[in-house]
Design a protein around this ligand. Structure first.
Ligand SMILES: N[C@@H](CCC(=O)N[C@@H](CS)C(=O)NCC(=O)O)C(=O)O
Length: 482
């Protein structure tokens, strides 16, 4: 028995990704099966002590506890010095793998997991009919994600943003194979994606099949057969929407090889902007007004950023999106003080843990609330989507509890006593509520303290970057909406 315990369920997509990596390199571990179908992630006492989020996979490596599969895989690749292609040491190649890993959470995963849950698991367990609204929304996300996987991440390379297989492929492929439980091939009508999936299977043989045994067995029993057949596509896209206030942003750090595309009303953009200002990283500011749909129409931007999301950078021809990947790239490129993203393997893994957790938790809770309660009704005159708001409020409540009870439990900042890019990411998500004059942590003293500490640490750049938010708040445009 080694020092590492791996908590997993082979029906969990990210667990399978970690398991394949461990098997492929004979990384020794003590297997700890956590059957999610039997609610063991909520009841198993040993697991609860290791993993505050109660999500698999998680590891306890001789006392070092870590969750979030991408953070775990990256940690294992570095710790065991696995071949470079799994997570390249080269700064730019690494950033492109990070780009996928961060993009994954709110796209491919957010498309697939709710479809499986609502179409298959929930009806089977409760006998209730599937939630068609959620299914349609997820199908739309999935369709868009598969399109981008093909046209961007696999456009010029055999594997994701690379000609060799990496942990990004592991993450993606294990998400897609979840459909196999119901005998469905989600890429059957997409030759490029089918080819890539076959290439991954070949590259990972025989471990791929070994780890997928439980999935094959469910498929062969036919338990979920026919339950994942596609339903009709419904568009819920907003067109021609205008935001009430137009952001204004002063940037004195002009003209450099680095172009930064941003909107100061965007949470992840503010995180990147603060990092640049606080460290005097020169950049050419490229304002993209989302409210004016410039992220869809600006020709320069659409050439730089395939996802058409801000922030994005073009650093002398090197194009990158996803704020966490951008921040990490800038910290390493400009050799910023270590605390922003520590070089120490375990400290770094704990920052990664937060950064990967953020997408489907704090962001997935906070962003839709602001959007559905304040922005959408303002832009369209339509009443807020109450179901969406209730779901997001639950996610936000749970996320704030974990931010308080886990990430800020023993440290001044997130998983660290010094401020890092994880704090930037988190704090800028929460300040979105300020547009409506609302403090989302008003009744939470520990979180309020941390927010104040971040503000102090980041002064005066914090206020400078939040100018647009303060202006909207002072105009009272969204007052009372949140
Ligand atoms: N996970 C991404 C999120 C990027 C994102 O969703 N940006 C929003 C602004 S906050 C955007 O560009 N939205 C335009 C759209 O999705 O069409 C990151 O951290 O960079």
């Amino acid at each position: 028995m080694s020092g590492m315990k791996l908590f997993f369920d082979t029906f969990s997509q990210p667990s399978r990704a970690v398991l394949i990596l461990c098997h492929a390199y004979k990384i020794p571990f003590e297997p700890k099966l956590i059957k999610i179908g039997e609610m063991e992630h909520q009841t198993n006492e040993e697991f609860a002590k290791v993993c505050a989020s109660r999500t698999v996979p998680a590891i306890d490596d001789d006392g070092f506890k870590l969750f979030e599969s991408a953070a775990i895989m990256k940690y294992l690749v570095c710790k065991h010095k696995l071949p470079d292609h799994w997570y390249p040491a080269d700064l730019k190649q690494q950033a492109k793998i990070d780009e996928y890993l961060h993009w994954h959470h709110s796209t491919l995963r957010m498309g697939i997991t709710p479809i499986i849950f609502n179409k298959v698991l929930l009806p089977k367990k409760t006998g209730q009919p599937p939630n068609e609204v959620i299914i349609r929304a997820s199908e739309k996300i999935l369709e868009k994600s598969l399109k981008l996987l093909e046209s961007h991440f696999l456009k010029d390379t055999k594997f994701i943003n690379s000609d060799s297989i990496s942990i990004a492929d592991l993450q993606a492929v294990c998400e897609l194979t979840q459909f196999w439980m119901a005998g469905v091939d989600p890429v059957a009508d997409k030759p490029r994606l089918s080819q890539w999936l076959t290439d991954c299977q070949k590259e990972l043989a025989p471990h791929f099949d070994q780890v997928h045994e439980a999935v094959y067995s469910v498929r062969d029993k036919g338990t979920f057969k026919g339950m994942l057949l596609s339903s009709s596509f419904h568009s819920c896209e907003l067109e021609g929407v205008e935001r009430a206030a137009t952001p204004t942003f002063d940037c004195k750090l002009k003209m450099a090889g680095l172009k930064l595309f941003f909107d100061a009303f965007s949470q992840p953009c503010r995180a990147v902007l603060i990092l640049c200002h606080a460290n005097r990283i020169p950049f050419e500011p490229k304002l993209i007004k989302i409210a004016k749909m410039e992220h869809q129409t600006d020709e320069e931007f659409t050439k730089v950023c395939a996802t058409r999301t801000v922030p994005a950078i073009d650093d002398n021809g090197f194009k990158l999106f996803e704020s966490a990947a951008i921040m990490k790239y800038l910290v390493c490129k400009h050799k910023l003080p270590d605390h922003w993203y520590p070089a120490d393997l375990q400290q770094q893994a704990k920052i990664d843990e937060y950064l990967h957790w953020h997408h489907a938790n704090l962001r997935m809770g906070a962003a839709p609330i602001v959007f559905y309660k304040a922005l959408l009704p303002k832009m369209t005159g339509q009443p807020p989507n109450e179901e969406m708001i209730r779901t997001s409020e639950k996610i936000l409540k749970k996320s704030l509890k974990l931010l308080d009870g886990h990430f800020l439990k023993d440290t001044k900042f997130i998983n660290s006593d010094s401020i890092s890019i994880a704090d930037l990411q988190a704090v800028c998500e929460l300040t979105q509520f300020w547009v409506a004059g609302v403090d989302p942590v008003a009744d939470k003293p520990r979180l309020s303290q941390w927010l104040t500490d971040c503000q102090k640490e980041l002064a005066p750049h914090f206020d400078q970057v939040h100018k647009a938010i303060y202006t909207a708040r002072d105009r009272g445009t969204f007052k009372g909406k949140l």
